[in-house]
Ligand binder design. Structure first.
Ligand code: C2E
Ligand code: SIN
Ligand code: SIN
Ligand code: FE
Ligand code: FE
Length: 404
């Protein structure tokens, strides 16, 4: 390594902090957005995209472009395009060979190169891609999970310039850590989808749409709640990701409830409802006590999402999770139930009331909002209700996104 390429200690610290932080992110969408932002920042680049390897092909999964889509909102245009893992494209070449490419101008690639630049994105958007850094996302075990493309380096004057050797080194290092984080997030997501599909097999109401909505609602309510409490942006980002995933698992304990109760078309009688209440305890038992942070939040939510602020919920203060279930005990009151569970409680009820169930019709929106207001300080934590109304427009966006 020449003197000019030596990595300075502050930069190394920054790289290490960035990549260490990545491993705490469980939600794949959030992770990809973050990887792109950080890699672009490292290389002062205007745009970038990520391809993930799916069923043997590279799929265009995420794109950021400061010029075309300014602001922090992830742009989803063009997402879904695919290419083969071979030398015919830039991303395919990087994935197939494991090499990082540095190209000064993609429109001036010599005919000796095996790959060609695909101009369809530029042609459709009017953007002009010039310099490019294409790094494979390869794990320590040498498994390729995708490709990171960083586009149009900018100098201090804001002019588009070629990427240097220095940026290549940084991005290569960063891409390696990003690959491990992606692999981990994919494994987590697969496991969760498997758990959910088992629950779905048992309970026709426990659909992917319901689960995604409750996760999305809980995440947005959490952000508003934590912001109102003065939490820091980094902490919020991390917890928001955890609560989204953990809230999706709030009802996995329903796998332990018998079919005749779970699938009953009418109202439940008292004995049946008590059997149903067991889903909170059963769910909590699925998550290891000394497991990951995700285990711990998922456990809190599964156990406590039917507790109430006024202490009239269930399952209540139990002697221990492993003891035989004998029905609900004295309810947990107020902040005895963890915040993630108090938030998911509202998200779950909002979804239960706004959607039809096998045992009841959907309620009109105004009636649902009336109930939430009425139950402020009774069924629901008042701060959580305030947070819900503060992000009510985002809640509607989530609802629209997961209506299928
Ligand atoms: P779910 O249908 O997702 O409802 C979640 C929670 O939303 C309920 O928790 C309750 O707090 C609220 N909720 C749902 N429908 C209504 C309603 O019509 N009015 C009001 N005020 N709140 C409502 P809960 O009661 O602990 O029930 C937990 C789960 O037990 C329900 O999840 C559902 O799967 C099942 N369940 C409850 N009651 C019945 C029933 O009468 N028949 C059947 N088949 N299942 C029921
Ligand atoms: C549900 O809310 O449980 C299912 C309804 C839907 O998928 O929209
Ligand atoms: C459902 O799965 O749709 C109802 C279960 C719940 O949210 O308690
Ligand atoms: Fe539940
Ligand atoms: Fe639910």
């Amino acid at each position: 390594m020449s003197a000019a390429l030596e990595v300075s200690p502050p930069l190394l610290a920054k790289l290490t902090a960035l990549s260490g932080d990545l491993s705490a992110t469980h939600d794949l969408d959030l992770l990809l957005n973050r990887i792109l932002s950080e890699a672009r920042e490292l290389a002062s680049a205007e745009a970038g995209s990520i391809f993930l390897l799916q069923e043997g092909r590279l799929r265009f999964c995420y794109v950021q472009n400061d010029l075309l889509y300014p602001g922090s909102a992830p742009a989803r245009q063009y997402v879904g395009e695919e290419m083969a893992v071979d030398q015919s494209s830039l991303a395919g070449f990087a994935a197939a060979t494991g090499e990082t490419l540095v190209i000064d101008d993609v429109y001036l690639l010599g005919p000796e190169r095996p790959y060609v630049f695909n101009r369809s994105f530029d042609e459709a958007s009017g953007y002009r891609t010039r310099s490019m850094l294409v790094a494979p996302l390869t794990t320590s075990q040498g498994r390729n999970v995708g490709v990171l493309q960083i586009i149009n380096a900018k100098n201090a004057q804001g002019e588009v310039v070629p990427f240097g050797e220095r940026e290549k080194l940084w991005v290569k290092f960063y891409a390696h850590h990003a690959a491990m984080a992606v692999e981990r997030a994919q494994l987590t997501r697969e496991l969760i989808l498997r758990m959910i599909s088992i629950a779905e097999l048992r309970d026709p109401q426990e659909t992917g749409a319901h689960v995604n909505r409750v996760g999305g609602y809980a995440a947005e309510i959490f952000e508003a709640w934590a912001t109102a409490r003065g939490a820091g942006a980094e902490e919020i980002k991390k917890r928001k990701d955890l609560i989204r995933v953990a809230a999706m698992l709030h009802d996995v304990g329903k796998v332990a409830v018998s079919d005749n109760i779970l699938k009953k078309p009418g109202r439940l009688d008292a004995a049946e409802f008590q059997a149903m209440q067991y889903h909170t305890v059963a769910g909590a038992r699925l998550f290891k006590e000394t497991g990951s942070e995700l285990d711990s939040v998922a456990r809190d939510i599964a156990l406590n999402h039917h507790e109430r602020w006024d202490g009239k919920g269930y399952p209540g203060r139990l002697p221990g999770l492993e003891a035989t279930w004998r029905g609900p005990a004295t309810g947990k009151k107020g902040e005895e139930s963890p915040p993630e569970a108090r938030i998911t409680a509202l998200a779950d009820v909002y979804d239960a009331l706004t959607e039809a169930r096998s045992y009841k019709e959907a309620w009109p929106e105004s009636r649902v909002l009336d109930l939430i207001n009425q139950e402020r300080g009774a069924q629901f934590d008042p701060e959580v209700v305030d947070a819900f109304f503060a992000v009510y427009d985002l809640i509607q966006l989530v609802r629209g996104r997961f209506h299928y």
